[in-house]
Design a protein around this ligand. Structure first.
Ligand code: CDV
Length: 348
């Protein structure tokens, strides 16, 4: 049996601080059109795609900050971003897209939504749980800030896997009438999960989805590299070394966590040099459940990364090495949820 799917990561290159949002959305529409012309069924866009990565800046004027947020609980009819969702609906293609959310009751989250072109609506929303950086700007006036803790609350929706209607051409779907959970394993529409940027470095986030049988995890990201105030000064690095390391860690976490949860992953970067100077890695990629990168972006500009995947490839890991039911030992994992920081053994 095959459960194949054509998917893409839509990498978006530099977006300046004063970029016109309509123009940025037109770039995204162009990437989506390219995907549609290749019969892609699911396109993953980056974190906070509609604007520059604004948490690097300190805004004294609340009105200026607000320009970077999408207003409301449902953004799909907001004037400047609507063309993207209209196209997805008319061509029945699904999209994941990240944005800064200002809720109807005024709260701020770093959010992504899964818009089903088949259903013509948002079918799942995720709010970033692991917010990196600081609440206050770094003391060093030349540092590039990372003020996500200032502008966003930690996500409050948890890690909820979902199925996307009509996403897999699935002859076996008839069998899903069975009420025996074991008999429906590996059948039906794709089981999906969403993360945002820094979340991808936290194995707990992936495992939460792994425990729901996830087959495909989507991640949008903005990852700077020349940022010693953020990453630390223990091993001073040239910008070239820092860039190499940032790509290495991105690839490492995507491949390792896909392997350990026996799922595919798609990661999409907001990449390039915003305002000509704020660096962000590219490296948008599609990774197999065996931990191999099967498609990857070549540069840091707008670029579509496409692959055909077969969700059946998840079964081997899920039924053998990572059959959680047989091999996990939850009686020994208590600290993971009872303790947040590190408590070292006493000194001898
Ligand atoms: N936007 C992010 O969450 N970026 C983080 C950086 C700041 C470490 C990342 O994990 O790529």
């Amino acid at each position: 049996m095959q459960r194949t799917l054509k998917v893409a990561a839509a990498q978006v290159g530099s977006v300046d601080r004063n970029a016109d949002k309509n123009e940025t959305v037109q770039r995204m529409v162009k990437l989506l059109e390219e995907a549609i012309s290749q019969n892609v069924q699911l396109v993953v866009f980056p974190e906070t795609t509609f604007t520059t990565f604004f948490p690097r800046h300190l805004f004294e004027d609340p009105a200026e900050l607000e320009k970077y947020f999408e207003q409301g609980d449902d953004i799909t009819n907001n004037e400047s971003v609507k063309p993207l969702f209209d196209l997805a609906r008319s061509k029945k293609v699904d999209i994941y897209v990240g944005y800064a959310e200002r809720t109807d009751d005024g709260r701020g989250f770093n959010t992504c939504i899964y818009y089903s072109g088949n259903a013509g609506k948002v079918i799942s929303k995720y709010r970033k749980v692991h917010l990196p950086g600081t609440k206050e700007p770094f003391a060093n006036p030349d540092a590039v800030n990372q003020l996500e803790k200032r502008y966003f609350e930690p996500g409050n929706l948890g890690f909820k896997a979902f199925r996307a209607p009509g996403l897999v051409v699935d002859a076996a779907k008839k069998d899903t009438a069975s009420t025996d959970v074991k008999e429906t394993l590996g059948k039906g529409d794709a089981i999906m999960g969403m993360l945002i940027c820094n979340d991808r470095r936290w194995p707990e986030a992936w495992r939460m989805y792994g425990l729901q049988g996830v087959e495909l995890i989507m991640v949008g990201y903005n990852t700077p590299y020349n940022a010693p105030d953020l990453f630390g000064f223990r091993n001073p690095m040239t910008p070239e070394q820092a860039e190499k390391e940032a790509y290495y860690h991105h690839k490492l976490v995507m491949e390792a966590n896909s392997y350990m949860n026996a799922c595919f992953s798609i990661s999409a970067a907001r990449a390039g040099f915003d305002d000509g100077k704020y660096d962000l890695i590219g490296g948008s990629a599609i990774v197999s459940p065996n931990g191999y990168t099967i498609a990857q972006a070549k540069g840091v500009d707008d670029e579509l990364v496409v692959a055909e995947i077969d969700l059946e490839d998840c079964r081997q890991g899920k039924e053998k090495t990572f059959d959680f039911d047989r091999h996990r030992r939850t009686e020994h994992y208590g600290l993971i949820t009872s303790q947040t920081g590190v408590i070292e053994p006493e000194l001898l």
